[in-house]
Design a protein around this ligand. Structure first.
Ligand SMILES: [Zn+2]
Length: 268
């Protein structure tokens, strides 16, 4: 089922971690951002779009994590893009295949077309397509080459895996030299755009209205600062106030705390 969140912008929410696929209507077909997760859901999205007589003009992956790199033959052969760094990271990480169990990938996922994306030239600031202008807001925070997309004419910010009401900031602890500062810098970047945003669509979680944009930036910043200082957060996404089904986010927090402590204790 597709839900309209702004004129010409629709989302499909997956059963898997409330993942949001975003459809943007263009002049000759749609742009599909983070196509979805379960195979039957993506196939269903493909038939919903064909019922609307919409072809897919292009795809985009916000970042190189498996749940944002999926596709289905029924979506057709549209070019699939990501930032240059996103595409390079996906290529490197997937070159030896992917261990579905290690990544906790559910059975309902088809990995056949995983990660087959083309990197846009570095420093690209717009998606190359025939539709409303879409700004690429690249930054380093959750994953290498992570990009949020700003659909300026519609006031929509597609945030990738940031600004969620259910998921805490998950830092890039694998490749970043200063994951805390990277994350804070990305939030500052979002803050600079907040005045133009009426709708925020996180990679996972609920769509937020204009009042949610700054609230979520503040909430994510507070979490990252508390994490930096090695304290326990008073964050509604962690602990007893977590949304039912999202209790595991507390483990994500504990894991991040531990890994940051190990990093700071490690010799250079
Ligand atoms: Zn994700």
């Amino acid at each position: 089922m597709l839900t309209q969140v702004a004129e010409g912008v629709l989302i499909h929410e997956s059963e898997f971690c409330q993942s949001n696929a975003v459809v943007v209507q263009g002049r000759a077909g749609v742009l599909l951002i983070d196509a979805g997760v379960h195979e039957d859901e993506i196939a269903g999205l493909a038939s919903d779009l064909s019922d609307l007589t919409q072809t897919i003009a292009a795809g985009f992956s916000t970042h190189p994590h498996w749940d944002h790199l999926l596709w289905h033959t029924k979506l057709g052969p549209a070019p699939r893009y990501g930032t240059a760094r996103c595409a390079a990271t996906a290529r490197d990480r997937l070159s030896g295949g992917i261990d579905a169990r290690r990544f906790g990938i559910p059975e309902q996922v088809s990995l056949d077309l995983l990660g087959l994306i083309t990197g846009l030239p570095a420093e690209s600031t717009r998606i190359p397509w025939d539709g409303p202008e879409i700004r690429i807001i690249e930054h380093q925070a959750h994953a290498p080459g992570h990009a949020a997309l700003l659909i300026e004419e519609r006031g929509v910010l597609v945030a990738g895996d940031m600004l969620s009401d259910v998921l805490i900031p998950m830092l890039d602890l694998n490749s970043a030299a200063d994951p805390i500062e990277d994350y804070l810098a990305a939030l500052r970047l979002f803050e600079g755009l907040a005045g133009d945003v009426d709708v925020v669509v996180p990679g996972h979680g609920s769509v937020g209205g204009a009042d949610q944009v700054r609230a979520r930036i503040d909430q994510d910043r507070a979490y990252v600062q508390v994490l930096r200082d090695g304290q326990e957060p008073s964050d509604p996404r962690v602990g007893p106030s977590a949304k039912p089904g999202w209790e595991w986010v507390g483990n994500v927090h504990a894991g991040q705390l531990q890994r940051l402590a190990q990093r700071s204790g490690a010799p250079d």
